[in-house]
Design a binder for this molecule. Sequence first.
Ligand SMILES: [Zn+2]
Length: 352
Amino acid sequence: MTKHEQTDIDLLVAVACGVIELTSIARSSAFQLPYPPSLQLALDRMVLAGLIQSLPMPAGVPELLRWCRERRPTEWPLALPSGFLTSNARLIHPAAGEPTRTCAELASLGPHGGLEQKAETLLSELAAACGTAERFAACRDFLIRRAVILRFDPVEMLQPAVALTWRLVKQLYGSVPDCFSADGLVHRCTDCGLLAKSMADGLWCEGGCPQGDGKLETSHQPRQALALPLALRLFLALPGRTELTVRKRLAEQPRLLPLGLGVHYVTDRDRTLRAFQVHDREQPAPAALQTAKIAAQLGEPLDVVVPDDLAVHPWYRQGFDRALPVDARVRLLSASEFTAPQPTNRMRRNNA
Ligand SMILES: [Zn+2]
């Protein structure tokens, strides 16, 4: 990657961070004043880069947000590495008006780690409050299964089976953002379990489920609905659906290491422990960069397990492998490959 390409990735990441911050503070509308400093700073950096290179850039924040919604980053005057983002990526969904998963994933490449780091911090604090690995695992599973609680029932949360877990996790929940409440209704996607919108031309959900596949559960009482922060919805609960399936298929119950978003260990066929983490990301290149960091933190090989419907696309595997640093001890596997009874034919990279 050239220095120019890295600079322009940093610019795009700065814009993504600004968009995420804007939606986190302006709940009723993504386009209310005042704009957060991060968004204004991202615009200033874009304008400066445009002046230096004589390239057209947005004149103000409203135009920058219009670019995010109407133009693919590949159409911006930026020198992004070939294949860094999928061709149809946008930072704001054109119909739903919400930050896309691409935006959230790019924002996580920022200097402070953005949304993914926020999810890791929240989980780390939860692990400390839990005290034991078993209790933390139970709380983490609760969050995965119930990222959005459409109808909060206080009596249910007092039941002995969930009371302790609820006491530990309840501070993570908040009301559903106003932008997801329309006409007195709040929707949850039955497929990914995340927040959704019913629009004139179909459904949209945060998890990016294909239109037409998903169904909605609806509550007529938005004030009774609770949701985890966006960071936990996208970076814990979304891949968590696949993680639960993978864990169920394994012959032994894997052991959870409370590192970052959670890394599991399972006994490999050669009787050694093997680390794996389940991911569900829209953009393979930023995902590869993030997983390389996790493997480096672990100091050992890491299997990154992704949903079958993602791994089935050759462009996903190619984009991931191409972006993976050469010294990264990471291999990408589909959920089916990882849980297959026979050794997979997937090549291991760099001793991973
Ligand atoms: Zn969905």
